[in-house]
Design a protein around this ligand. Structure first.
Ligand code: ZN
Ligand code: ZN
Length: 181
């Protein structure tokens, strides 16, 4: 992988920029301030044709590809992109996903619908965890067996709440090596 210069949070649909500004602090902390995080402010609406009307959910793969098309110049400067989408989504074989990463594109997505809660702090922390998790995948990491590591797989919101927004020591060593390149 060529040198990674940063991470862009790209809001899609009903997403609060203020929430992203708060989550950004946790995300930069998780990467020990080694990965600058930027926020795109121009909000884009998700295209209706990417909705599966039988499920009333977006197709996560298609949304991720659609975002990749729109951020080509950003990707060419070696900045990873995670779309923050104010909707619910699925991939084939799963009822829903919290997020998806396509490492060979450098683009991931996080879906906020199932992260919502009345507790604002909990919501921001869930959002940060999912962004850090998908960014970990974009940097080449797989899932981690350590249950509190941000790279552990989340089957449900309970799993998301249990894990930390940071990497375990083992995963962090890998991230550090990748970011040093
Ligand atoms: Zn994952
Ligand atoms: Zn780990």
């Amino acid at each position: 992988m060529t040198r990674v210069n940063g991470l862009l949070l790209y809001p899609v649909g009903h997403v609060s920029i203020d929430d992203l500004v708060e989550a950004r602090i946790l995300i930069e902390e998780a990467f020990n301030e080694r990965l600058p995080v930027y926020i795109a402010t121009a909000k884009t609406n998700p295209p209706m044709h990417l909705i599966d009307w039988n499920r009333i959910q977006y197709n996560a793969e298609e949304v991720t590809l659609w975002i990749a098309e729109r951020v080509r110049t950003i990707l060419s400067s070696n900045i990873l992109v995670v779309g923050i989408c104010g909707c619910d989504a699925y991939v084939r074989g799963l009822n829903f996903v919290f997020g998806l990463a396509v490492p060979n594109l450098g683009v991931g997505t996080v879906y906020t619908k199932r992260l919502e809660t009345r507790d604002h702090g909990v919501f921001v922390s869930r959002l940060a965890k999912e962004v850090v998790h998908e960014t970990g995948h974009l940097l080449g990491l797989g899932h981690c067996g350590s249950k509190d590591c941000v790279m552990s797989f989340s089957n449900s919101i309970v799993d998301v709440d249990r894990k930390n927004y940071r990497f375990c020591d083992n995963c962090w060593r890998k991230i550090e090596r990748i970011l040093e390149n």
